[in-house]
Design a protein around this ligand. Structure first.
Ligand code: DGL
Length: 256
């Protein structure tokens, strides 16, 4: 390791690219290597053991390739694997993401907060504890949006199928919630659809918080890139086709 290593970032697929955008903006001199496990997406319908195994394999490969830190740009994999991986690699900075419930509740004390996430994220202990922590200060409404990740993976963000699925899951809350937590890193790519369906309320995602956390951890550990040259972002995928990499680059160019 050392400040010359790269930062390994991964997700089940394209979703973590929403986090990567914040990371690259916050730390413009760092080198990022993004891996999307699109061949195995979605993680949110898998059991925790399975998600841990997949995450373990990705982290081992990124370390072999020279990663100095890892960002798990996936709420689901963070819930299922981050604690175990930190035990297994005590010296490796591993930064995860979690649904941004805290900032949402602090913005709307006693408000109604909708939390959209995968089924696995909502079922696992990490979210249960987070919900317990904040449920006395606001009404928290968790909604598992099964199938939404699969549609976003296809890249047609304005498709009628996405609109219909968002409508089916959260249409009933239109005009009745104060804020929406995007508890899956895929969802920021369909922010406009979610706002259209739920109403023009603040949306909370973990991208910026994760980027700031990464900066803090790298600073404390003396791992920040000290070269002033522009950083870089490279993509790889378990789908391994040129089309898939082009799709990742397209997602990285999207304004969210
Ligand atoms: N983007 C991921 C998350 O933040 C995982 C989605 C999935 O593969 O189900 O939860």
């Amino acid at each position: 390791m050392g400040s010359s290593g790269f930062i390994g970032v991964f997700d089940s697929g394209v979703g973590g690219i929403s986090v990567l955008k914040s990371l690259a903006a916050e730390l413009p001199h760092e080198r990022f290597s993004y891996f999307g496990d699109s061949a195995n997406a979605p993680y949110g319908d898998r059991d925790a053991e399975d998600i841990l195994e997949l995450s373990r394999g990705i982290v081992a490969r990124q370390l072999d390739d020279g990663a100095k830190a890892i960002v798990i740009a996936c709420n689901t994999a963070t819930s299922a694997a981050a604690a175990t991986l930190r035990d297994e690699y005590p010296d490796l900075p591993i930064i995860g993401v979690e649904p941004a419930l805290k900032p949402a509740v602090l913005a709307f004390p006693r408000g109604r907060i909708l939390v959209m996430a995968t089924a696995a994220t909502l079922a696992l202990e990490k979210f249960q504890r987070l919900e317990e922590r904040w449920a006395s200060q606001a009404e928290v409404i968790p909604v598992a949006c099964v199938g939404l990740v699969d549609l976003i993976e296809r890249g047609d963000l304005a498709s009628p199928e996405i609109r219909a699925l968002v409508e089916r899951y959260v249409g009933e809350y239109r005009g009745t919630v104060d804020g929406v937590v995007l508890g899956c890193t895929h969802y920021p790519f369909v922010k406009d659809v979610i706002r259209d369906v739920v109403g023009d309320v603040p949306l909370f995602d973990g991208g910026l918080g994760t980027a700031r956390q990464l900066r803090t951890v790298l600073t404390v550990r003396g791992l920040l890139e000290d070269d002033d040259a522009p950083g870089s972002v490279i993509f790889s995928s378990s789908k391994e086709t040129a089309e898939e990499i082009a799709l990742y680059q397209w997602f990285f160019r999207q304004r969210i």
